[in-house]
Design a binder for this molecule. Structure first.
Ligand code: AMP
Length: 561
């Protein structure tokens, strides 16, 4: 049994190193040392998550709940906790200070496994699981009680990382990239095999357990599973049709529909639909469920496509309309009438018990066509394989005239590579004039806008470390109504406040228009935006899907071509 204290001290060690190689080594050591049943838990904990990304379980501990629990454990007031956080600027430090823990005691690994009345990793997981399961009238009180119990049992170092874990913000620079490399290192499995298994299972804990049990051979056996969403294949921007033909040769050209991505799992009569963020959206889309039941002739299948909200003439409606459908929990039937959807299927990943991922797009499409009985609500749209630039240009214009975004240019001989943004899927849109960036902070306004968050700090994503690097602020493009709506939305995500400055948990992605990207030493990303303007909230995107630093640097360079 490994103690939670061991995990906390490993976090402290990682926090004190800056290089990613050294960090990977420490994580690898930790993964090697813990027992098999602890491995999935610690794999998630180290990235600051409690449940794997595909899980529908939510911990749901807001900053307020944490303040209440800390205040109760420390025998002080919530006001006092807020005072401490203002001073320390960090939730971990606040927990240590509030609980007045002595941080001088250090243990060796042997003593982590001694029989003691200390928290174990599994006990912390079990209690957090109870928190996630708490529902109903008294759930808030139950959550606070469990947290209070946990805090009462912690030492200084444990309090520091437990408090960060429960708000799912570890801030030690360990993201999926580092954990992937650490699994590879700890159990001597080639990193590509670990990566592929992760894309298929969406669960590094499962991958780590397979690696520990049987090395590369066992990891390679992990496969696509019905009802477990797999990461979607993504597209890269191509500057021109010509360059796409140069890259691929004969390309499979499809319309790039203006809607929202869906991954559909069919298992007999049971249908589940996942969004681009791999959230289960089945309950809001019963019309799509019905269409799939009626029109997909396969016992089991995983299909990939784009759901589009259409008007009475079949033209796509604004993107916000489709999001209304995805979010709708009540009055779904009414929404189906007011915002009808059509589903354009463009890929198939699994059919009747068999994975099709390694098959070429050409062959997958053949299977897709065979198993879908097209009607006006669900269909496999036209695809043309050609290297005739003029013809592709014509298709591009047709797609734009029909109100869609542009075209996709795909390599017909390529397999389906989950989670990859590679050269096998290219997209051509009119011009890239917006960036999707994560909100990490803000500032209260003044005068008329004193009760509103008037400006937002934005960040790009760095996948290796899982960090969000600041790139600028946006304070224009908002109406007062929008600001009020956003302030309400961000209220529960505030991690810290100091004067008018606010720190916000990185969860929401803004679409930002800008004039130019500049190099800048003012922001940690090394870049800044000229004339940033708010366009909208990208509710379909998770923070990890925001622009990466690498992408920002690509756009920066392409500005001068
Ligand atoms: P983007 O969101 O700009 O990165 O573009 C990729 C997205 O285009 C995918 O995630 C799909 O939601 C969407 N899309 C629309 N039509 C297609 C298509 N024919 N093939 C693949 N993706 C498509």
């Amino acid at each position: 049994m490994t103690l939670f204290r061991y995990f906390a001290e490993m976090c402290a060690k990682i926090e004190n190193i800056s290089g990613s190689l050294e960090t990977t080594d420490v994580v690898a050591t930790m993964l090697r040392e813990v027992e098999e049943d602890e491995l999935p838990v610690i794999t998630n904990f180290i990235m600051g998550i409690v449940f794997p990304p595909w899980s529908t379980k939510l911990l749901g501990i807001g900053i307020r709940t944490l303040y209440t629990a800390l205040a109760k454990s420390a025998g002080t007031s919530e006001k006092e906790i807020e005072n401490i956080i203002r001073k320390t600027g960090d939730i971990g430090e606040t927990a240590v200070e509030a609980l007045k823990r002595d941080s001088s005691t250090q243990l060796t690994f042997d003593s982590y496994i001694e029989e003691k009345k200390e928290l174990t990793i599994l006990e912390v997981y079990d209690r957090l699981n109870q928190i996630a399961n708490a529902s109903g009238k008294n759930s808030q009180a139950t959550k606070v009680k469990i947290l209070q119990y946990l805090f009462n049992a912690t030492s200084a170092v444990e309090a520091r990382y437990l408090s960060r874990l429960v708000v799912e913000e570890m801030r030690i620079g360990v993201g999926e990239g580092i954990v992937r490399d650490a699994i590879s290192k700890a159990f001597e499995v080639p990193v590509e095999i670990v990566e592929r298994a992760f894309m298929l299972t969406n669960d590094l804990g499962t991958v780590a357990v397979a690696a520990k049990r049987g090395g590369a051979e066992e990891v390679a056996k992990l496969d696509i599973q019905l009802n477990r969403p797999i990461k979607m294949m993504l597209a890269q921007v191509t500057p021109s049709i010509k360059s796409a033909i140069n890259d691929i040769g004969k390309v499979a050209v499809e319309w790039k529909f203006d809607g929202a991505r869906v991954q559909i799992h069919k298992n007999g009569d049971k249908i589940r639909i996942f969004s681009r963020r791999l959230e289960d959206v089945t309950a809001s889309l019963p019309d799509i469920v019905e269409s799939v039941k009626k029109r997909v002739k396969a016992e089991s299948a995983i299909l990939d496509g784009e759901a589009v909200a259409v008007d009475e003439n079949g033209r796509p409606r604004a993107f916000q309309e489709i999001l209304k459908r995805f979010r709708r929990k009540y009055d779904v039937e009414k929404a189906i009438k007011s915002i009808p959807l059509t589903l354009n299927l463009f890929d198939i990943l699994y059919l009747n018990g068999e994975s099709l991922l390694d098959m070429s797009l050409r062959d997958r499409r053949e299977k897709l066509i065979q198993c879908v009985d097209n009607d006006e609500r669900i269909h496999v749209d036209i695809q043309k394989i050609t290297d005739d630039e003029e013809e592709i240009q014509r298709i591009y214009e047709e797609a734009l005239n029909a109100g869609h975004e542009g075209i996709m240019l795909k390599n017909p001989d390529a397999p389906y590579t989950p989670g990859k943004r590679g050269k096998n899927w290219l997209k051509k849109k009119p011009i890239m004039e917006t960036l999707d960036l994560v909100v990490i902070g803000g500032e209260w306004g003044y005068g008329r806008r004193a009760n509103l968050i008037g400006s937002y700090s934005l960040a790009a994503y760095e996948p290796k470390s899982g960090r969000f690097l600041p790139i600028g602020k946006v304070a224009t493009g908002f109406t007062d109504e929008k600001l009020a709506e956003l302030t309400e939305m961000f209220k529960d995500l505030i991690v810290m406040e100091s004067g008018t400055q606010i720190e916000i948990r990185p969860e929401i992605v803004f679409e930002i228009a800008f004039e130019e990207i500049q190099k800048s030493s003012n922001y940690e990303s090394g870049y800044a935006l000229r004339f940033p303007r708010f366009v909208g909230v990208r509710e379909d995107k998770s923070p990890e899907e925001a622009e990466t630093l690498e992408r920002i640097s690509q756009i920066y360079k392409s500005q001068w071509k």
